[in-house]
Design a binder for this molecule. Structure first.
Ligand code: CU
Length: 261
């Protein structure tokens, strides 16, 4: 149901969707039962001629059970919700599966910088490729990310991956994702991080294979790559100075920004 609105493009997206479904069903059934009882009592005990309203203190057992029994049921259902959440949390957040590739993600007011590994698969080497607001990955590769912030709290969010992770200044937060569909998806900051927060959107392109990825990396190095993000920006009503791609030759700010990482 959720994939009707947003792609399900990572290996763990289905797990997150299942959580939503479980919670929606549990809360939905409770809501309808409560509403049903409420409406029933409203009709059953409506005002009648000659009948005086009774003052109920709620101290007797037969009165208290109306609050106690639903309370026990809600606690039991909470335990179910927490249990399924823990299973998914441990799988996604506590476990770091072996990596195929690595990327560094840096948030700053108000753009994203990405450092891609070159052929050596390592960061901080000569063949790294830096971009601003354009992240490139390969389908079916397990990525580890190193998440950093230059200034304030941000949130690295890729809705199609069902991925969200806060960035905290002074810390490097590690995590992982595995894209399962090729294409270009939205990437955005999901934490109000200042007055330019809404400008902090970017694009992630999932390449179908290594060859397509390498060709794009070469084009970025040569300065000839026109990014999806850049095309989108040019279509937009207002050009935003902070949300430009490194591949744009006439944007010295973006290039300087990317160089500094
Ligand atoms: Cu932000």
């Amino acid at each position: 149901m959720i994939e009707y609105y947003v792609y399900k493009a990572s290996s763990f997206a289905g797990d997150i969707d299942d959580l939503f479904v479980v919670i929606t069903w549990i809360i939905g059934v409770c809501f309808l039962l409560t509403l049903g009882a409420f409406i029933y009592f409203m009709i059953r005990f409506r005002r009648k001629e000659g009948v005086k309203a009774e003052y109920i203190t709620g101290e007797k057992h037969k009165e208290k059970k109306w609050t106690h029994y639903p309370h026990y049921a809600i606690i039991a259902l909470d335990v179910v919700i927490i249990a399924v959440n823990i299973i998914v949390w441990v799988h996604i957040k506590q476990t770091l599966p072996p990596k195929d590739n690595l990327v560094r993600v840096i948030g700053q007011q108000w753009s994203w910088s990405f450092v891609h590994t070159g052929a050596d698969g390592k960061l901080d080497t000569e063949d790294d490729v830096n971009t601003v607001n354009d992240l490139h990955v390969i389908k079916d590769n397990t990525y580890h990310f190193e998440l950093q912030s230059r200034d304030v709290l941000h949130n690295f969010a890729i809705p199609a991956f069902r991925l969200r992770q806060d960035t905290v200044p002074g810390r490097t937060i590690r995590g992982w994702f595995k894209p399962t569909i090729s294409g270009t998806f939205d990437l955005q900051c999901a934490e109000i991080c200042g007055r330019g927060h809404t400008m902090m959107f970017a694009a992630i392109t999932v390449h179908p294979d290594r060859q397509s990825y390498d060709e794009t990396m070469d084009a970025i190095r040569a300065g000839t790559y026109e990014s999806h993000f850049e095309k989108k920006r040019q279509l937009g009503p207002v050009p935003l100075p902070f949300t430009v791609s490194k591949s744009e030759a006439d944007s010295p700010y973006a290039i300087e920004l990317a160089k500094s990482f």
